[in-house]
Design a protein around this ligand. Structure first.
Ligand SMILES: Cc1ncc(COP(=O)(O)O)c(C=O)c1O
Length: 401
């Protein structure tokens, strides 16, 4: 056992009894190189983070440049930090109108927390609404929105009240009334089993929130930055939220989250009392510089178009695997779900694919669904490698296989 693996098992707090346990020595493009001498195709991109793959030279150069300029200088918001301000301006010129004011955080869950606090402050209301199957992070309020009771139960009581709505059911939207401060939704549910709501549902949701005076919060932590074949998934539906939450690919591989909204809504957070929502490391200059460099490349090369093409090719090839065990394949762009008939087969499939050099993973709130979210740069021959490995994994995970 290597020293790192020994220390990992003895001293790092574990998040499960069965970690994947790859010991990464280097990563480049879509590949992870490991201490066992093998390389693995990263079909989850660090759960949606590495949109440009690993080791992108422009991102590394931006990190180095900013690191030489300065690291942390002051808590977020007090000094004019060019890396933060310039990235916020770049996002603002790209996002729909009304989302041009950006609050940077360290992570997705923290951005959700900030958005929820903003909604309470702006509306003066207390309740939230969220959807079954939802995942918005693991801090207390983000966890309160979690659409899976098994993950909430050990930590209750959680902040609330939270109204739980069936995902995609327009008929249930009447529960959003004048007591609701905000409704939080992923435009494509990821941990919920890669579920895609209809355009009609998203429009009805927007209308209902406007009528009730509740803020609509889109969690694009995973779906942002080209993942679904659009720069932001909101473009699929033609509706804009009041607050947009970003993270993962936002930082180009560095830790960074953000919530964005209008001057009017975000402005409330800064007053009564001032400094009512602050963070030391949120919007770290190195993270902002890395994210900005990644964003420039994603936007400059219109990477979402490539994601849409590659996603369609991958989906067609996966659809050919539908049979006794795989019952459905769905997705948007390079966020894809493979639904199995049984959870146990899904888990075995993931393990067998890993043994064949391909990293995929199951989803938290839909145990029969395996999720793929490779880097947007994945090449056709890498897709073919993944398909061959998954085909073999399927055969190996069949009863008697
Ligand atoms: C849709 C969504 N929202 C929020 C989060 C939480 O982000 P973080 O892990 O950075 O706190 C995640 C993380 O997986 C996510 O997928």
């Amino acid at each position: 056992m290597s020293r790192a693996r020994d220390a990992f098992s003895r001293h790092l707090a574990q998040t499960s009894d069965a970690p994947i346990g790859l010991e990464i020595t280097r990563a480049e493009g879509c590949w992870l190189y490991c201490a066992d001498g093998r390389r693995y195709l990263d079909m989850v991109a660090g759960i949606g983070v590495s949109a440009l793959g690993h080791g992108n030279p422009a991102v590394l150069a931006a990190i180095e440049r900013q690191a030489r300029r300065h690291l942390h200088a002051m808590v977020y918001g007090e000094y004019v930090i060019a890396a933060q301000a310039e990235y916020a301006a770049r996002l603002a010129e790209t996002l729909p109108p009304g989302l041009g004011r950006v609050y940077f955080t360290n992570s997705g869950a923290e951005a959700i927390e900030g958005a929820l606090k903003t909604a309470r402050k702006y509306t003066g209301r207390t309740a939230f609404a969220a959807f079954d199957g939802a995942y918005h992070g693991d801090t207390m309020a983000a966890l309160a929105l979690m659409g899976n009771a098994a993950f909430r139960a050990p930590f209750e009581p959680l902040p609330g009240p939270v109204r739980r709505l069936p995902f995609g059911a327009a008929a249930a939207l009447g529960a959003i009334d004048e007591t609701v401060a905000a409704v939080v939704i992923e435009p494509v549910q990821a941990e919920g089993g890669v579920r895609i709501p209809s355009r009609e549902f998203m429009r009805a949701l927007r209308e209902r929130c406007t009528r009730a005076g509740a803020l609509l919060i889109f969690d694009e932590v995973l779906t942002g930055f080209g993942r679904t074949g659009r720069l932001f998934a909101l473009e699929h539906y033609g509706v804009a939220p009041d607050l947009l939450v970003l993270a993962k690919a936002l930082g180009g591989g560095m830790p960074l989250g953000a919530f964005c909204g209008s001057d009017e809504i975000l402005g409330r957070l800064a007053r009564d009392p001032p400094l009512g929502h602050i963070t030391t490391f949120g919007g770290h200059p190195v993270s902002c510089a890395a994210g900005h460099a990644a964003f420039d490349q994603i936007a400059g090369a219109r990477m979402w178009e490539r994601a849409e093409r590659s996603g369609a090719a991958l989906q067609t090839k996966l659809a050919a695997l539908i049979g006794r065990e795989i019952v459905a394949v769905r997705g948007l762009g390079l966020l894809l779900g493979i639904e199995f008939a049984r959870a146990e087969r899904a888990r075995r499939f993931v393990a067998e694919a890993l043994a064949r050099g391909v990293v995929i993973n199951w989803t938290l709130n839909a145990e029969r669904v395996v999720r793929l979210a490779p880097p947007l740069i994945i090449a056709p021959e890498e897709i073919d490698f993944a398909i061959a490995a998954m085909q073999a994994a399927l055969e190996a995970s069949a009863p008697g296989g």
